[in-house]
Write a protein that binds this ligand. Sequence first.
Ligand code: UT7
Length: 395
Amino acid sequence: MNGLATEKVANGSRAHIVGWGMAVPERVLDNHGLSALVDTSDEWIRQRTGIVERHIAGDGETTLSLSLRAAQSALEVANLDPAQLDLVVVATVTPDYAFPATACLLQDALGAEHAAAFDLSAGCSGFVYGLSVAADLIAAGNYRHCLVVGAETLSRITDWSDRNTCVLFGDGAGAVILEANGASGGILSSVLGADGSGKDLLILPAGGSAQPASAETVQARQHTVQMDGRQVFRFATRIMPDASRQVLSQAGLAVEDVSLIIPHQANDRILQSAARSLGIEETRIYSNLSRYGNTSSASIPMALCEAIEQDLVKRDDILLLTGFGAGLTWAAMVLRWSLPLPVPVPPRRMTFWRNLRYRWVQLRSRWRRFWRRVDAHLFQILYDAEGRRKRGKGD
Ligand code: UT7
């Protein structure tokens, strides 16, 4: 049975990242490929954004399938069974469905039977919002293990005839496992903010209750991203340094204490401007934008994964995560890395059993769906028979 009450964790526990993983689609679209679609050039895109290529979801690939791959890798690193998860959060603006939440689909696909699950929509700040919420639930003593995913298939809501937006976005997913434990370090502080007066600056106009889907909305391309790039750019260059300073001061730290900044990957010029404003060298700001483009809520966890893989993160390092996006929203978080790296690779046999378990979980989910249909059918037969019996008796 899902949703069993979880064991209470000590109040005030710190949330530590103990697992991480990422996934991108195989298909790569470079700037030259894009210049065949719209009036643009490799030179313009590189100079104005820093993007060289992006990954694009193939047939059958969705936000869920990318989330699942990233989450499985994160669980593998954490050496954790999905049944030990208490919470699954998926930050996304491109869920598989408006409802049910992609987090519920992920919970089912993982076999995380004891986990609560919900999606979180905070634009490109979504992942840090999710981490912050999960860390607070851990600190309140509610949960021990939380899976937080940032995942997008932005290619599905991109207008491929609009050169102002289509050159920017890419698809991917990143995931982390947060664990409650009493050790020092982990997530130290976070700052979350929003200013809904900027709603029109970055918006998917139709498909919600304000403008339900219709032939007209489809014709008017209202189901694809619309953005005022210049305004978002100005907002980003102001809010990233502001939020970073605020979160550092909240943690009692200074910019000099930060080993690495892992920012939302939107535009290299935004990152350069943030570096200037904060007075730090650009080498302390991690960027993988050239290879993935802007993957919205997936960009920070993907960058974190790659920074770890490239040995840029060491025990006791202070990391600063910072993002901004649709809403408008912004988020910043400071953490002290508490895990020795590299983590030991789990034994092969364990991986084999885990894979077998995922197959079993898949079959079980199919069986449950099948049984629900049979159950509904049987119920209908009994209901009809009861109706006939009552009518026969003249009740
Ligand atoms: O995750 C948050 C999401 N969004 C962002 O972070 C986006 C933030 N904004 C940006 O990154 C930048 O504003 C853009 C990359 C979107 C645009 O760069 P820009 O330097 O602000 O360019 P612009 O919008 O001021 O446009 C300059 C020129 C325009 O031509 P005119 O009017 O000067 O003749 C555009 O039509 O560049 C033109 N242009 C392009 N040219 C070639 C716009 N897009 C393209 C393109 N290829 N793809």
